[in-house]
Design a protein around this ligand. Structure first.
Ligand SMILES: [Zn+2]
Length: 139
């Protein structure tokens, strides 16, 4: 009896460890990517649609939010970052830009490319070895 309980417990632990180590990646985990030389973040609505107004540009170098300093003139959209880098896109309306981004995100989901992107991002965020606090401190 004790052996059966022990084996059962062991099986549960193995299942738990497997689930903990490799949680299934769904499109909802895909909330950031690089497009047009800029890092973008977004959120999904409860029904699985992308919340367009949640699309935000981030500096790919220092990860600061660029949405506070967007300048649009006749020829370009400029997003200067505090770190000194300036990001420029062709002048289009922000609505059109959101269309472009939504389309790119949609392609990555339909082709399942987002799975490898999320896996890569997770590997960068939590390296399998090393102290996470130490890497945060070096920022
Ligand atoms: Zn920056």
């Amino acid at each position: 009896m004790l052996i059966v309980v022990g084996v059962g417990f062991y099986v549960l632990m193995v299942i738990w460890e497997t689930m903990r180590r490799s949680p299934a990646i769904t499109f909802r985990d895909y909330v950031e990517d690089d497009f047009y030389g800029i890092h973008w973040g977004w959120q999904w609505d409860y029904d699985g649609t992308l919340i367009r107004r949640s699309l935000r540009p981030y500096c790919p170098a220092c990860k600061r939010d660029l949405s506070f300093t967007i300048f649009i003139d006749g020829s370009s959209i400029d997003m200067p970052c505090i770190c000194g880098k300036v990001f420029s896109l062709p002048a289009v309306s922000l609505d059109r830009l959101n269309d472009w981004l939504t389309r790119e995100i949609d392609v990555n989901i339909r082709t399942r490319k987002f799975v490898s992107i999320v896996e890569k991002q997770r590997a960068q965020i939590s390296p399998p070895t090393g102290d996470k606090r130490a890497s945060d401190m070096s920022m």
